[in-house]
Design a protein around this ligand. Structure first.
Ligand SMILES: NC(=O)c1ccc[n+]([C@@H]2O[C@H](COP(=O)([O-])OP(=O)(O)OC[C@H]3O[C@@H](n4cnc5c(N)ncnc54)[C@H](O)[C@@H]3O)[C@@H](O)[C@H]2O)c1
Length: 315
């Protein structure tokens, strides 16, 4: 990993990865991002480091992407529409941004003979599994267009690996929390409580139970796989051994904001929305066998996330 390109490197996960690659690994890092949901503020710490180069561009612009990828040996493809919920009303966005976008990134890798490709997939590819913790070998039956687009991206990468002898590492993430957090339940709750500190509307019945992972542990996992993983195609679940229900998330957010007497009001039903996976707990034995483990508790990470949202004026 001498010269790494991160698509979506100005986003939540990408910026945390870029900072670690520059600071700890001394890699030359090129970020390719259209700033749709990302921000240069996330990269402030390394913005003027000579190892970091930011290129504003869209992964759907294949000529520009290929040109920017010249001389790159490793690609972390994180750019995507990361909003799982929106796919029911907008059936096109995941196809364009995630499926076609991923194909473009793979094409640019092929043209530039990139040696290693890392892909941000998601626990959503498991849909509603019936084994917990869910192993990587679980059959994949889709319940959301977002999940389907991630699965298409995984499959496409596997085929490119076969044709072009490129190493492919696929990560299936649970929901991440921590510094620079951009979207998800903690941000939703903070936003709602900012508007109305007396009442919190919760999607579903609050008993949905999910695993979360702090971004600092998550990046450790990605770097562990990069350093120790072997095999032409590798697939790793990236998550925590713990899971918490949505009510516990809500109580932790309320507490971290210093609020009292907040009423919870429920949308009802087992799922937050159609396509939501109500139970998420991944078996991370495979990644742990490389020597990685999560060290930050879920509730602690949620508290840290609330503090970082407060600092950013979002809570
Ligand atoms: N955050 C999570 O909990 C989570 C869970 C599972 C999977 N993932 C996946 O991890 C990746 C990173 O997620 P994140 O939470 O950092 O999201 P994010 O929205 O914070 O970051 C995505 C980045 O990609 C950029 N981007 C989006 N579309 C682009 C395009 N067409 N061209 C160029 N850049 C574009 C955005 O500007 C942003 O900087 C995504 O692929 C997401 O689907 C995230």
């Amino acid at each position: 990993m001498k010269h790494v390109l991160i698509t979506g490197g100005a986003g939540f996960i990408g910026s945390n990865l870029a900072i670690r690659l520059v600071r700890e690994k001394g890699c030359q890092v090129t970020i390719y991002d259209n700033l749709r949901t990302g921000s240069l503020a996330n990269l402030e710490e390394v913005r003027h480091n000579p190892l970091l180069d930011f290129q504003e561009g869209d992964i759907l612009d294949l000529p520009k992407l290929s040109d920017t990828m010249k001389g790159v040996d490793t690609v972390f493809h994180l750019a995507a529409n990361a909003d799982v919920r929106g796919g029911q009303s907008n059936r096109r966005i995941d196809l364009d941004q995630n499926t076609v976008g991923t194909w473009n990134v793979l094409e640019a890798c092929r043209v530039n003979q990139v040696a290693r490709y890392f892909f941000a997939s998601s626990a959503t590819v498991y849909g509603e599994p019936d084994i917990f913790p869910t192993p990587e070998t679980m059959p994949l039956i889709q319940t959301s267009v977002y999940g389907a687009s991630k699965l298409a991206g995984e499959a496409m990468a596997q085929a490119y690996s076969e044709y072009d002898d490129m190493q492919v590492v696929i990560f299936r993430f649970v929901s991440w929390t921590g510094p620079s957090y951009s979207h998800g339940v903690v941000r939703d709750f903070c936003g709602k409580l900012k508007q109305n500190p007396g009442c919190l509307h919760i999607l579903g019945d609050g008993t949905q139970k999910k695993s979360f992972l702090d971004v600092r542990d998550g990046i450790n996992g990605l770097l562990h796989a990069a350093d120790h993983g072997t095999g032409r195609v590798q697939i790793y679940n990236v998550g925590h051994d713990e899971w918490v229900n949505v009510n516990e998330v809500a109580e932790t957010v309320v507490d971290a904001l210093g609020l009292t007497g907040v009423q919870f009001d429920y949308g009802g039903g087992e799922r937050g929305w159609k396509g939501d996976s109500p139970l998420v707990l991944l078996d991370t034995t495979r990644l742990k066998s490389l020597g990685w483990s999560a060290g930050i508790g879920i509730l602690q990470s949620i508290r840290d996330t609330v503090q970082s949202l407060k600092k950013a004026g979002l809570a």
